[in-house]
Design a protein around this ligand. Structure first.
Ligand SMILES: NC(=O)C1=CN([C@@H]2O[C@H](COP(=O)(O)OP(=O)(O)OC[C@H]3O[C@@H](n4cnc5c(N)ncnc54)[C@H](O)[C@@H]3O)[C@@H](O)[C@H]2O)[C@@H](O)CC1
Ligand SMILES: [K+]
Length: 475
């Protein structure tokens, strides 16, 4: 699924509308919205006729969509109460709702909130500034307390459309009905969690001339794109990963990185990390070799801690003209510029350090930060976290890995993730694909095996996940 910024959406809508807005797009939006609302009522209440719906109406076209859709419901026998919560509601929409028999009421005249089967959030759309005025936030909070499910129009009011930030009060929707294209807030945490189920209504926008802001992968695309070995693939075709991770202080990072590379399907893994990790690796992964030699992807940096020869280790790996993954402490040892065949895998704190900004700035606008990371270093960057973003230097579109459960975020997960990405990289795939595939595999595996599994056990399950996908594709 692709997402486009507010500025792009405005451009797309203008192109579809022509010189004069004759209301056609709003009618398409309202028709699609009304159909989803009717489906929700049927699912939740068992019928449409006679149900009771509350519509929260803001001052812009988002409220207009909600009012026109509510008019359609009112004509089908739904009892609609609309309440203007901000400014002056869309005049034609209001007239249409009244003509269809809907009530327009003040907040003081609302029925007991638990009498409503559904609420429609038509407060703010893509013209909204993040946050909600206190009285609106209060009503939204009382609806949540009364367990009234909310269908958001275009986006949950209060979230930042372009960044997914939720700096103040915002609606939490069960369903969000968006028009034409998805917006970044639908795909980026924390706004994504407030979006609920996302339904896209076609209003006839032609996106072919716009480069998307985001390109979000789904599980089927990951499975299709995985570098499945051909019948004739030997270990070198699958790829050899050279792991230089861990330290005497953090031997576990070297072990977990190796688990990732092995279970991500590398043809061979050479471990050149610390002595302290080798006995455990041999005992658990006897296929790993310790002799230096040919590799097709490097994996460096996880668990290095302070490493005196870190600059040299990274420089030598880059000079070998083989791609690589540079993680954690290794990122601080990067040369000024890296080729885009190299993948950096920072979390928010490491990316902030790289950019010389506060961690909170990365968290507030991860999209801008991950792009800046790629621009600054020349490398491909995977920003780890609740939403995992992949940016390439010189490429506008940021890719979004398939999300997983929050169990995955724990010590060591990043080490195994680096290994998974390095395994894909060694097979000859470009760094951005290695990043999306590795991150998505780990997330999908965690989703299929919920629970707080230690990262090396989750890495083993990744191999099971790959095996299941393989069997589906090679029956
Ligand atoms: N432009 C188009 O052709 C279409 C637009 N559509 C709808 O129109 C929406 C965008 O409409 P608008 O541009 O009117 O924008 P909004 O409906 O988002 O509302 C913007 C208005 O709200 C006020 N406002 C913004 N943030 C506020 C805040 N935090 N507190 C108080 N007031 C605030 C602004 O001053 C402005 O008056 C879309 O999200 C979509 O729902 C759809 O009908 C499809 C077609
Ligand atoms: K809304």
């Amino acid at each position: 699924m692709q997402a486009f910024t507010v500025e792009q959406v405005r451009r797309l809508e203008r192109a579809a509308m022509g010189p004069q807005d004759d209301g056609t797009l709003m009618q398409r939006a309202a028709a699609g919205l009304a159909a989803v609302l009717a489906d929700e009522l049927r699912t939740r209440a068992g019928h449409v006729y006679g149900t009771h719906v509350l519509v929260l109406v803001g001052p812009g076209n988002n409220g207009g969509d909600a009012l026109w859709a509510a008019a359609r419901l009112a004509r089908r026998g739904v009892r609609v109460d609309a309440v203007g919560v901000l400014g002056t509601p869309h005049a034609e929409g209001l007239a249409a709702l009244r003509a269809a028999g809907g009530r327009v009421v003040g907040t003081e005249a609302l029925a007991a909130l638990d009498a409503y089967d559904l609420a429609v959030d038509g407060v703010l759309g893509i013209g909204g500034r993040p946050g909600l005025p206190d009285d609106v936030a209060d009503l939204v909070g009382r609806l949540a307390d009364a367990c009234v499910p909310v269908v958001a129009v275009d986006l949950p009011s209060g979230v930042a459309a372009d960044t997914g930030a939720v700096p103040g009060a915002a609606v939490s929707a069960a369903v969000t009905v968006t028009f034409g294209v998805a917006k970044p807030c639908h795909l980026l945490e924390p706004a994504r969690a407030r979006t609920g189920r996302l339904v896209l209504v076609d209003i006839g926008l032609d996106t072919s001339a716009e480069e998307p802001e985001l390109d979000a992968w789904d599980a089927a695309r990951v499975a299709d794109a995985w570098p499945w070995p051909a019948r004739s693939s030997d270990k070198y075709a699958k790829g050899v990963v050279g792991v230089d991770c861990g330290s005497e202080t953090y031997p576990g990072a070297g072990i977990m990185a190796t688990y990732g590379a092995v279970h991500g399907g590398a043809g061979m893994v050479r471990f050149v990390g610390p002595e302290s990790a080798r006995a455990t690796i041999t005992a658990n992964l006897p296929d790993v070799v310790f002799a230096p030699g040919r590799v097709q992807a490097h994996l460096l940096g996880s668990g290095w801690g302070e490493r005196a020869d870190g600059d040299r280790a990274v420089a030598d790996a880059v000079a070998s003209e083989v791609p690589g993954v540079l993680d954690a402490d290794g990122i601080g040892h990067r040369p000024d510029r890296l080729p885009d065949s190299w993948l950096l895998t920072p979390h928010a704190g490491e990316l902030a350090r790289l950019l010389g900004i506060e961690r909170s700035e990365v968290e507030d606008d991860p999209l801008a930060a991950v792009r800046a990371g790629a621009g600054r270093t020349g490398a491909t960057v995977l920003l780890k976290g609740a939403t995992q973003l992949v940016a390439r230097p010189g490429v506008r579109t940021v890719e979004v890995a398939v999300p997983g459960p929050s169990w995955t975020g724990r010590a060591g997960s990043g080490d195994t993730l680096g290994g998974l990405c390095a395994a894909v990289l060694a097979s000859g795939r470009p760094a951005h694909e290695a990043a999306v595939l590795g991150a998505s595999l780990q997330a999908q595996t965690a989703a299929a095996h919920p629970g707080p599994l230690p990262p090396h056990v989750l890495a083993e399950r990744c191999a099971d996940r790959l095996g299941a996908w393989w069997q589906e594709r090679h029956p």
